[in-house]
Design a protein around this ligand. Structure first.
Ligand code: DGP
Length: 113
């Protein structure tokens, strides 16, 4: 079965791309849950956070750095933003290719529900 985020990373499907390098891509979430809702996605296919290998540790750190960059571009770095990675169905994961949600532009609530 085709992976949605692999297809976006390969430009086979459209997305509003905000950042891209050889390792990762960041694009607007199509169902935004906040004024800023960006998905930061590695180009390497990793299904869930449970499949992150020690060799991928740098890549996960890279996703956080990209999220910081995009938060700066969006002007919300100082106000604050939330980074979330869902793992498996009870968390709400629906796309099984890891991605960091970067949410901001409004006050976030806790617990997140
Ligand atoms: P999660 O539930 O954590 O697996 O997050 C998946 C996110 O992906 C969800 O917020 C909606 C978003 N999404 C689903 N399909 C598409 C799509 O085709 N394009 C974009 N840009 N986002 C999508």
């Amino acid at each position: 079965m085709k992976c949605l985020f692999c297809e976006i990373a390969e430009k086979k499907l459209p997305a509003r791309i905000l950042f891209e390098d050889v390792h990762a891509i960041a694009f607007e979430d199509v169902y935004p849950q906040a004024p800023v809702h960006v998905l930061v996605v590695p180009k390497k296919h990793i299904s869930t956070s449970l499949e992150i290998n020690p060799d991928d540790n740098w890549l996960v750190g890279h996703l956080f750095q990209i999220a910081n960059t995009v938060a700066g571009q969006k002007g919300i770095a100082e106000r604050g933003f939330r980074l979330v990675m869902n793992t498996n169905p009870e968390s709400g994961q629906t796309v099984f290719h890891i991605h960091l949600h970067m949410l901001g532009g409004r006050v976030m609530h806790w617990p997140p529900g």
